[in-house]
Design a protein around this ligand. Structure first.
Ligand SMILES: Nc1nc2c(ncn2[C@@H]2O[C@H](COP(=O)(O)OP(=O)(O)O)[C@@H](O)[C@H]2O)c(=O)[nH]1
Ligand SMILES: [Mg+2]
Ligand SMILES: [Zn+2]
Length: 299
């Protein structure tokens, strides 16, 4: 759907920032592997997922010289209500849902909005298909009808693991979704899979299972990585106007031109094609209600 620069050249001493803890971090590329660095004042805005030019000092240390302007930023509000980037340069958001806990469709529509604003591909992963999924499969038809891809897996019983691995290839992905849907189980499955080669320090150095404490990148190569981030509950879409919110609703966005007013907000205007289509069941009422809820939350 969206076509970012898929291959990052490994020349020019370019590396990917894979971990950050305060002013210390870890960067990686295929030539040097993982090397720790210390950030300087001028690099305070550095974020996991950034690409940076570095100068190698010796075998064990590098200094960062320049940070590449990111393609996009995934942001959240921190405890003090301040915007904060959690991971940069994503090309795909993997939205994990499950029959239990049941999906929160407002949250799903918010994630879809975020992916459209970030110009990221969105892939829905229905996890726990070892349980009864007839109801949720039916509900998710709404989203496949809108053009979003759906993969059905069971991380616990390892069903369709390969479908997911294929979908990760050449994408810089993040797993998002409600607590309990299986994001950590999926990450653990992928990291232990012999079907993909990950270059993650954390898998080697930690005895226990993967738990999410800080944003961390699991690498396949420079153009393929997966991150599992903590605190995605407070993800904050970068919204300035009503048309930004419309971008998250393809079925509403495309009907714009048929309304009486060109800049119709589809809320209270007369002769509104969107409201008409909702009453004709051509647009899902649930999606339209969430469109209105997101407007009242963010504008
Ligand atoms: N039945 C079933 N349970 C699963 C599956 N994947 C994860 N779970 C369980 O769901 C619970 C939450 O999983 P977790 O990975 O911690 O979810 P997270 O909060 O999204 O990271 C755990 O008890 C997992 O064992 C699955 O495919 N099938
Ligand atoms: Mg988890
Ligand atoms: Zn309208």
């Amino acid at each position: 759907m969206y076509n970012h620069e898929t291959l990052i050249k490994q020349y020019d001493n370019l590396a990917l920032i894979t971990e950050l803890h305060g002013n210390r971090g870890l960067l990686w590329n295929e030539v040097i592997g993982f090397i720790p660095f210390i950030t300087k004042k001028q690099h305070q805005g550095l974020v996991v997922g950034d690409f940076a030019n570095y100068q190698q000092l010796d075998e064990y240390s590098v200094v960062i010289e320049r940070i590449k302007q990111p393609f996009n930023e995934m942001e959240r509000l921190n405890k003090r209500g301040v915007k904060q980037s959690i991971v940069n340069n994503l090309t795909q958001i993997i939205l994990v849902v499950s029959p239990e806990p049941k999906p929160n469709y407002l949250l799903i529509d918010k994630f879809i909005l975020i992916s459209e604003l970030m110009k990221c591909q969105l892939t829905i992963v229905l996890n726990k298909i070892d349980l009864s999924v007839t109801k949720i499969e039916h509900e998710l038809n709404l989203y496949t009808g809108l053009g979003y891809e759906l993969i059905k897996i069971s991380a616990k019983t390892k069903i369709n693991e390969l479908d997911l691995i294929r979908k990760l290839q050449d994408h810089r992905s993040v797993l998002v979704g409600q607590s309990g849907v299986g994001k950590s189980t999926i990450t653990n499955l992928l990291l232990s899979s012999d079907k993909i080669k990950t270059r993650s320090l954390s898998t080697k150095s930690k005895k226990g299972k993967h738990t999410t404490t800080a944003t961390k990148i699991h690498l396949l190569n420079m153009s393929t990585f997966l991150t599992d981030t903590p605190g995605i509950e407070n993800l904050h879409p970068n919204i300035h106007s009503i048309s930004d919110i419309q971008k998250g609703f393809v079925e509403i966005y495309k009907d714009n031109f048929k309304c009486k007013y060109r800049d119709c907000s589809h809320l209270n205007e007369p002769s509104c094609q969107v409201k008409e289509n909702v009453s004709l069941n051509k647009i899902s009422e649930q999606r339209y209600e969430n469109y209105k809820k997101l407007i009242s939350t963010y504008l």
